[in-house]
Design a protein around this ligand. Structure first.
Ligand SMILES: [Zn+2]
Length: 80
């Protein structure tokens, strides 16, 4: 028995491992925050074309704040 699991970076359902293929580099490591954030903002903008850039970034940050891989990241907690 294995528990259902999800990517710790984006929440996508996974069969195994901690991160999905969208969140890792070719060598299997978690992508840098800047790259992941940029990609997720772009995805957010495609889903919500009427949304402003600032709103897309805010929505992405709020989402990442719930992800184990990012919730303690300084750019997510705003601790700069
Ligand atoms: Zn992922």
């Amino acid at each position: 028995m294995t528990d259902p699991t999800s990517c710790e970076s984006c929440g996508m359902p996974l069969e195994t491992g901690r991160y999905c293929t969208h969140c890792t580099t070719d060598s299997g490591r978690l992508q840098p925050f800047e790259e992941r954030f940029a990609r997720m903002v772009a995805w957010q903008e495609r889903r919500n074309p009427d949304q402003s850039r600032a709103d897309a970034e805010a929505a992405t940050l709020a989402y990442l704040a719930a992800m184990p891989a990012w919730r303690d990241h300084p750019q997510v907690t705003g601790g700069d």
